[in-house]
Design a protein around this ligand. Structure first.
Ligand SMILES: [Zn+2]
Length: 180
């Protein structure tokens, strides 16, 4: 996405844990914070969007001079596994990349209170399609991808299609210890 609100919104990136400002340059990551510049009525002042973004570009062949971002997760959802930030949406994306053997429906099970509940391996349930055979090799392949792409250790439990709850609006990806 291009940021196209120069003069209307002042964007900042911050480290969501410390609140420290992060310089906007290619590859920078942080939570997007917005301040409205021309509103008279209830202007947002350093509004924390809770969107965790990565800056993909600071110039573009289309001629826009603003930076580009990709949203990689929500600060609210973020788990910290041995110091590594893990976004449930990123876990889902890795598992969904095994479609059609998986269908992208997952639930992360935090069955113990943090920080113990966030100790690896993180228990993840993922639905598999009915036609999938060799579940053990699929499980191992997904666990290897999670380790390689997201740098944390997950323990995958493959469950039949339809076993996990469905949500009408936005899927809830984490089941917390208090809901177990
Ligand atoms: Zn462009």
């Amino acid at each position: 996405m291009h940021f196209i609100a120069q003069g209307l919104i002042h964007p900042e990136l911050i480290n969501p844990e410390t609140g420290e400002v992060v310089e906007i340059k290619v590859g920078a990551q942080g939570e997007l914070v917005c301040t409205s510049l021309d509103r008279d009525c209830i202007p947002l002042l350093r509004f924390r969007t809770r969107d965790h973004v990565i800056v993909t570009q600071t110039e573009c062949e289309c001629g826009r001079t603003s930076f580009g971002i990709r949203i990689i997760g929500r600060t609210d959802d973020m788990l910290i596994v041995r110091g590594v930030n893990v976004y449930p949406a990123a876990v889902r994306d890795v598992i969904a990349s095994f479609t059609p053997r998986t269908n992208g429906v997952i639930e992360i099970q935090l069955t113990r209170a943090p920080p113990a509940g966030w100790e690896p391996p993180i228990h993840i349930k993922a639905e598999v399609s009915a036609a999938t055979y060799s579940l053990e090799s699929l499980k191992q392949a997904i666990e290897a991808q999670l380790r390689e792409k997201l740098i944390f250790r997950g323990e995958l439990e493959l469950v039949p299609e339809g076993a996990l709850p469905r949500y009408e609006y936005k899927a809830k990806l984490v089941r917390k210890h208090s809901e177990a």
